[in-house]
Design a protein around this ligand. Structure first.
Ligand SMILES: Nc1ncnc2c1ncn2[C@@H]1O[C@H](COP(=O)(O)OP(=O)(O)OP(=O)(O)O)[C@@H](O)[C@H]1O
Ligand SMILES: [Mg+2]
Length: 217
């Protein structure tokens, strides 16, 4: 079982959007996926309620439940856990980072997000877990923000995930409908970006999806 923590101290940068997208992508790849929502606002849990019975399974978790939930997931044959954490300084993000195999740090191209980045980068660094930054909400059809973000990520020693997530309304529409951009507009640009992110994550974690499907078959 592999575990991804999605953490960034700045609010509203796309943490939950990426957690939902990776959870859905993993489930669609044939993996047994659990998404843990550690944010007391529970917006990812509410999104799951809008999905009715569609996968992935989403559960609310506190840092106290986390170790037990993760061992139960492993025993139940879970392949991938995606942990969505709250913004601001929290006890949840450090717990998620402690138990994960990969820390993903979503970051929007705003000064306010860049100002918060060193704290989250430090959290990842002290945990000695592999970590990478994902540029989110970038302006479509422009490379300027990507170039600046690359420099900012370099200064905090976070490698940049090659998949960039641009600002598209379909992410908001999808959230309202209890789906992801890949489900709402499968042929759209936003879907292609989320698929590229999934490809990078599954390669990084060596999630052998064909082997898993084969095993089940
Ligand atoms: N790439 C994007 N393009 C446009 N809108 C986006 C994008 N990513 C996320 N959003 C929207 O921005 C809002 C904030 O995103 P999200 O909830 O994923 O951020 P968050 O980091 O989890 O926020 P919080 O810190 O409050 O938990 C949501 O309405 C979401 O639908
Ligand atoms: Mg969130």
């Amino acid at each position: 079982m592999k575990t991804i923590a999605i953490a960034m101290q700045k609010g509203g940068v796309g943490k939950s959007t990426l957690a939902k997208a990776l959870g859905v992508a993993g489930a669609r790849a044939g993996l047994n996926v659990l998404v843990l929502d550690m944010d007391s606002q529970q917006s990812t849990t509410q999104w799951a309620e809008r999905r009715k019975d569609a996968l992935p399974v989403v559960r609310f978790a506190t840092e106290i439940d986390l170790p037990k939930l993760l061992s139960q997931a492993e025993e139940a044959g879970c392949d991938l856990v995606v942990i969505d954490t709250p913004p601001a300084r929290s006890t949840e993000a450090p717990a998620a980072v402690e138990y994960c195999d990969l820390v993903l740090v979503p970051c929007a191209p705003d000064i306010e997000a860049y100002e918060q980045l060193p704290r989250t980068a430090r959290l990842a660094r002290t945990s000695e877990k592999p970590a990478a930054a994902v540029l989110t909400m970038a302006q479509p059809n422009s490379r300027a923000e990507e170039d600046i973000a690359r420099q900012v990520f370099e200064t905090v020693k976070l490698p940049m995930v090659p998949a960039v997530i641009h600002r598209f309304k379909v992410h908001r529409d999808a959230s309202r409908e209890g789906v992801t951009a890949c489900e709402l507009e499968p042929d759209g640009k936003a879907a292609a970006e989320l698929e590229a992110l999934w490809d990078w994550v599954s390669a990084e974690l060596q999630l052998n999806t064909s082997a898993v499907v084969h095993k089940r078959a």
